[in-house]
Design a protein around this ligand. Structure first.
Ligand code: C2E
Ligand code: MG
Ligand code: MG
Ligand code: MG
Length: 289
């Protein structure tokens, strides 16, 4: 929000602020309720694909709020409120549980291989909470999951807030066998120092670089540098936001390992995943090669 809009702009700003605050408070109590009932908060799943074979290699779980009156609410609209109100750790635990329950079903149905990765987004507030680790162990035990399937996605801003505790919690998670992914790589302030200080397993190249990778020299150079860095450090790479065949072809040429984006599939609820479409990328990639 900006305040430097002159008299008229300022009035509008105040007005919006008031509405937003009232709305925020209402949303906050509705989110508390949503955490207590079933099915309002749902994981949507978006696949990622091996860039060489076209095989399905993972899913990312992304929260959606199916509000009984307001309809489907995207994370951009309620996660800031969840962060401010402290409800975010409950949202994240709810989502970890829901995503792991679904993964257990897919494994039981032999829908997915146990070599797959399940990525779950985690907000920084979780790193203030050393109990997260014991709680994660319980989840892994109760769903009988191979811990290495689980990848927790963390953005760099998560590490700015709580560097010391974050290191402790991340080490303990690693000791459980859980993997860590650095999300939106390249958009934070000091991404390289985080790679130096913490052990990550996966880098996710931010979609802003992927967007221009086939038509702007700068984006191409940045992606190439990230791939070289990841290779030198022994990290897996997922490119986010792949939308076009041209981006796909460019990322394949460059040797990017895994690809995610609307080109393959948008996030969808578990029962709406188009498994046949996902299976077709293997043939499609073979034909193109
Ligand atoms: P993210 O983790 O970086 O997720 C990528 C976002 O890009 C998702 O938006 C996804 O729907 C969208 N996306 C995927 N493919 C494409 C594409 O090809 N083109 C474009 N333009 N966009 C694409 P979404 O689902 O709205 O999530 C936004 C952010 O909210 C996520 O960014 C993540 O930081 C956060 N988030 C989502 N679920 C959770 C959660 O359960 N817990 C926490 N703490 N944060 C979450
Ligand atoms: Mg993510
Ligand atoms: Mg991301
Ligand atoms: Mg993001």
């Amino acid at each position: 929000c900006t305040k430097q809009q002159g008299r008229q702009g300022y009035t509008v700003f105040n007005h919006q602020l008031r509405i937003n605050q009232a709305d925020q408070l209402a949303l906050e109590s509705e989110l508390r309720r949503a955490l207590e009932v079933d099915d309002q908060l749902q994981p949507y799943f978006q696949p990622f694909i091996d860039a060489n074979s076209g095989e399905l290699v993972g899913f990312e779980s992304l929260v959606r709020w199916q509000h009984p009156l307001r309809g489907l609410i995207s994370p951009a609209l309620f996660l800031p409120m969840a962060e401010e109100s402290g409800l975010i750790t409950r949202v994240d635990r709810y989502m970890i549980n829901a995503a792991c329950r679904q993964l257990r079903r897919w494994l039981d149905e032999a829908r997915v291989s146990p070599d797959i990765a399940l990525h779950i987004n985690l907000s920084s507030a979780n790193f203030h909470d050393p109990e997260l680790v014991a709680w994660m162990r319980d989840i892994i035990d109760s769903y009988q999951l191979p811990a290495a399937i689980l990848h927790l996605e963390i953005t760099e801003s998560a590490l700015i807030d709580v560097p010391d505790i974050a290191a402790t919690v991340m080490h303990a998670l690693h000791d459980l066998g859980v993997k860590l992914a650095l999300d939106d790589f390249g958009t934070g302030y000091s991404a390289l120092s985080y790679l130096h200080r913490y052990r990550f397993d996966v880098l996710k190249i931010d979609q802003s670089f992927v967007f221009d990778v086939d038509r702007k020299e700068e984006a191409f150079a940045i992606v190439r540098a990230i791939l070289a860095l990841a290779q030198a450090l022994g990290l897996d790479v997922v490119a986010e936001g792949v939308e076009t065949a041209a981006q796909l072809a460019r990322l394949q040429e460059m040797g990017c390992g895994k690809l995610q984006g609307y080109y393959f599939a948008a996030p969808a609820p578990a029962d709406a995943i188009d498994w046949e479409r996902l299976a077709r990328f293997v043939q499609e990639f073979r034909r193109a090669a």
